[in-house]
Design a protein around this ligand. Structure first.
Ligand code: 13P
Length: 253
């Protein structure tokens, strides 16, 4: 059994109004009080929920994550939310590089590099997402795509800073499709990612990096996915929107 941190993180995406979000977080907090769980639990909420959700839960039970932050420190960037603002809400994590942000909001590797640096500078733990689209997998390019996503945005970091990153492998073809990667596909990619990290930062850093799987992960497949040696937890979309669906995933560890 490795000593890496096991993490189950929910990504609420653009769902639930403030009252619904706080109610879900409170319900999850209560459910966790009654159990002793073997992983860290995180909820990734829309920006406007962050402060209220951070207030509503026990920080020892649930970490709060933003789903994005700006690539600038502060200033005239209408509509943006900085890493410092995220940190000031009590959030401890920020999801960065999600495929939806790369695809729909044109986030580039260079922008993500800045976001990672600002997140780290403000004491946030980035949950950095990587993953190939279906065409890339079908043409056998999935390993090189994932490697280049990691290299382009993260390999400028010192080993110390890299040690504060959590990775999430999310094959785009598995997100919201009900078509999860098989346990073997997940393990194969996670092991590849860890070898890539070993090559750059050495075995100690690589062995300590938590690599989560995301993409149609749910109560019925979580245990099989999490039982792989290089799968250290999950980043959960749809199945994080109800305690009845999210709790069994947490308990899969
Ligand atoms: P689903 O679990 O809904 O497939 O979403 C995964 C995801 O994108 C989490 O960030």
């Amino acid at each position: 059994m490795n000593m890496r941190k096991k993490i189950v993180a929910g990504n609420w995406k653009m769902n639930m109004n403030l009252q619904e979000g706080v109610a879900l977080a409170e319900e999850l907090n209560e459910a966790l009080k009654a159990k002793s769980v073997k992983c860290d639990v995180v909820v990734g909420t829309p920006f406007i929920h962050l402060a209220s959700v951070a207030d509503a839960v026990d920080a020892s039970r649930i970490g709060v994550a933003a789903q994005n932050c700006a690539d600038k420190v502060s200033g005239a960037y209408t509509g943006e939310v900085s890493a410092a603002m995220v940190a000031s809400t009590g959030a401890k994590y920020v999801i960065l590089g999600h495929s939806e942000r790369r695809a729909y909001y044109h986030e580039t590797p260079e922008m993500l590099k800045e976001k990672v640096l600002l997140a780290l500078a403000n004491g946030l733990t980035p949950i950095f997402c990587i993953g190939e689209v279906l065409d890339e997998r079908e043409s056998g390019k999935h390993f090189e795509v994932v490697q280049s996503q990691i290299e382009a945005s993260l390999f400028g970091l010192s080993a110390d800073d890299f040690g504060r990153i959590v990775l999430a492998y999310e094959p785009v073809w598995a997100i919201g499709t009900g078509k999860t990667a098989s346990a073997a596909q997940a393990q194969e990619m996670h092991a590849f990612i860890r070898r890539t990290l070993t090559g750059k930062y050495g075995a100690e850093v690589a062995d300590r990096t938590s690599i989560l799987y995301g993409g149609s992960c749910n109560a019925s497949n979580a245990q099989e996915l999490f039982s792989n040696p290089d799968v250290d937890g999950g980043l959960i979309g749809g199945a994080s929107l109800g305690v009845d669906k999210f709790m069994p995933i947490i308990e899969a560890f």
